[in-house]
Design a protein around this ligand. Structure first.
Ligand code: CA
Length: 89
C-alpha cells in the first residue's frame, strides 16, 4: 500500500490526514483536501509523486522519505491534487 501523511500547515500542524491506497496507481485527493497540503511525510521504503492537477496530470513533485516540512520551499505549497507512490528499489 502507498502511504503518506499530509497536513494543512508547515511542520505537520493544522489539519492532518493519513492516506493509504494502492501503489503505482493514481489517486485524487478528496475535493475538500485539494490545494491545501503544506507538509507531507512519506513512509520509508517508498517514494511518491504529487501532482498539481487531478488524475496525476500537470507539474509533479517527487518526495522521498521522510518527506518535507514545508512545500513552499519546493514551490509546491497548496498545490497537491493527486498522488502516486512506489516502492523504493
Ligand atoms: Ca496549506
Amino acid at each position: 500500500m502507498g502511504r503518506w501523511k499530509g497536513c494543512d500547515n508547515a511542520n505537520f500542524t493544522g489539519m492532518c490526514q493519513d492516506f493509504r491506497d494502492s501503489l503505482i496507481e493514481c489517486h485524487d485527493l478528496p475535493v475538500e483536501l485539494k490545494d491545501r497540503m503544506t507538509s507531507v511525510a512519506v513512509v520509508s521504503g517508498q517514494y511518491c509523486w504529487f501532482f498539481e492537477g487531478n488524475k496525476c496530470l500537470g507539474t509533479k513533485l517527487e518526495v522521498k522519505p521522510p518527506g518535507t516540512l514545508n512545500l513552499r520551499g519546493r514551490r509546491f505549497d497548496n498545490a497537491i491534487r493527486s498522488w502516486k507512490c512506489w516502492k523504493q528499489e
